[in-house]
Design a protein around this ligand. Structure first.
Ligand SMILES: CC(C)(COP(=O)(O)OP(=O)(O)OC[C@H]1O[C@@H](n2cnc3c(N)ncnc32)[C@H](O)[C@@H]1OP(=O)(O)O)[C@@H](O)C(=O)NCCC(=O)NCCS
Length: 182
């Protein structure tokens, strides 16, 4: 199991099959899925298939969403990370997108922000990119607050497979000059 980063409260590592129960608890919750296709998982098989896909992304792209683990309890509370898109989305291709998802009981504690700060640092230092992007449902205020706190700029609302979707960008220059609240 590869550990990528340690922050004050968190360990960020690759997602493993042993995380399946934690991920099921998170992804079976309708509130967690309200702004992400509104289709919570029903079986552990769906989680296992998701982990299989992530492992393929680790192998092919060297990076994907990472497990966010509580240092004190060792619980996998959710995930944060950069997904590499080689398909075209909103006229962009071959880009990294920041995403995060946590069990509801762990919202409001700053874990999405803390993990994302470490991931963005890793991204800009290791991946040689000028920008990292983020995509969110315009109604997902919690997610938009995290992005704004991190320094992302709203660019536009675009049509993503029939749904209005907000497109955010964080440039390396902005990241280096505008330190977010930590
Ligand atoms: C999106 C999501 C990760 C945001 O979670 P969150 O808990 O609001 O975000 P953070 O973990 O960064 O926590 C920030 C909140 O914790 C508070 N907080 C408490 N302790 C804190 C600490 N030590 N450090 C920082 N913030 C802290 C902040 O004040 C902030 O509260 P506010 O939003 O009322 O201002 C969460 O809502 C989620 O998992 N949603 C379902 C999946 C989803 O929609 N993902 C995004 C798809 S685009």
């Amino acid at each position: 199991m590869r550990i990528f980063i340690e922050t004050e409260r968190l360990i960020l590592r690759e997602i493993e099959y042993t995380d399946e129960n934690d991920l099921f608890e998170m992804d079976a919750d309708p509130d967690v899925h309200l702004y992400i296709e509104n289709n919570p998982v029903k079986t552990i098989d769906e989680i296992q298939n998701g982990i299989k896909l992530l492992k393929k992304q680790y192998e092919e792209n060297g990076i994907a969403r990472w497990a966010v683990v509580d240092k004190l309890t060792n619980e996998c509370m959710g995930w944060s990370g950069l997904k590499y898109f080689n398909l075209q989305v909103n006229s962009h291709k071959n880009f990294y997108e920041l995403g995060y998802r946590f069990k509801k009981k762990h919202w409001g504690k700053g874990f999405a922000t803390e993990s994302s700060i470490a991931i963005l640092d890793y991204g800009f230092k290791n991946l040689n990119v000028e920008s990292i992007f983020a995509i969110t449902d315009p109604k997902n205020l919690n997610s938009k607050k995290v992005l704004t706190r991190l320094g992302f700029d709203f660019q536009e609302t675009f049509d993503y497979e029939g749904d209005p979707t907000d497109w955010f960008e964080l440039t390396k220059t902005t990241w280096e000059s505008r330190k977010p609240i930590r």
